[in-house]
Design a protein around this ligand. Structure first.
Ligand code: FE2
Length: 255
């Protein structure tokens, strides 16, 4: 089984002192990466599913390079609503980072989509990308596939957040359901865990490495009890898929 980690919504600043609603995002990311180094040294690949930075500056992306550039495994990156896709491409077009749509990992294809809409917290994949995705999936029907995107394609049950999800989530799912080799669709953005199914596809939303949102809240609210988190994904060469959410509960009680 190939072990892959989803690490999402790191929300880094140009300075390590930067705080997002009371959480120093560089510090919680350090905790997560320390946990990863200790518990998962056999990781084959990292998926960073958007909101890499909170400040859309080259300096903030350089902090991302500081933390993730030390890995000698591929780090796949896609943009979130807080990212600047052009700036991201400029700073992260170097190893170990990969911004391309399709990445082959053993028997699997990993496909990353760009749902960034300039100036909006919501997301959209768009017709052109959906057609590209359909073409990639048609071309490789035998290869088990993971698809990653920043925004949630289905409601997660937190009303204010579900108002800023993926606008064309239905169209994305309609495309994926036509392709039996698609095993899972993963996202960030929601800063809370979400596990659902859509036909043969496992849908997974993963909490952030920093502050989390309060599940079920009508209006914007932080969950002060929810710890930094990431997700472990196991991709079997035979197409088997398993996952486990890792929450750093000790990090909260020690802070
Ligand atoms: Fe985020």
């Amino acid at each position: 089984m190939n072990k892959v980690l989803q690490i999402t919504d790191t929300h880094l600043f140009a300075s390590d002192e930067g705080e997002l609603r009371g959480t120093r995002t560089s510090e919680t990311l350090e905790w997560v990466l320390e946990h990863v180094r200790h518990e998962h040294p056999d990781t084959r690949c990292i998926l960073a599913t958007g909101d890499l930075v909170q400040q859309e500056t080259a300096e903030a992306y350089e902090r991302f390079v500081h933390y993730f550039g030390r890995f000698d495994i591929p780090v796949l990156c896609l943009p979130g609503n807080h990212d600047d896709p052009a700036l991201m491409r400029q700073v992260l077009s170097r190893p170990p980072f990969h911004l391309e749509t399709r990445f082959a990992l053993g028997a699997w294809d990993l496909i990353q989509l760009d749902s960034h809409i300039p100036g909006s917290p919501a997301g959209e994949v768009g017709q052109a990308q959906l057609e590209e995705l359909d073409g990639l999936l048609q071309a490789q029907p035998e290869r088990p596939t993971l698809v990653a995107v920043h925004h949630q394609p289905v409601p997660v049950g937190t009303p204010w957040l579900d108002g800023v999800g993926l606008r064309d989530g239905d169209a994305l799912l309609a495309c994926l359901e036509r392709h039996p080799q698609v095993k899972t669709l993963i996202w960030g953005h929601v800063h809370q865990p979400s596990e659902q199914r859509h036909g043969h596809i496992q849908l997974l939303g993963t909490p952030s490495t920093c502050a989390q949102f309060l599940p079920g809240s009508e209006d914007f609210a932080i969950d002060p009890e929810a710890p930094p988190a990431y997700r472990v994904l196991w991709l079997g060469e035979d197409g088997r898929f398993e996952n486990e959410l890792v929450q750093l509960h000790d990090a909260v009680s020690h802070s």
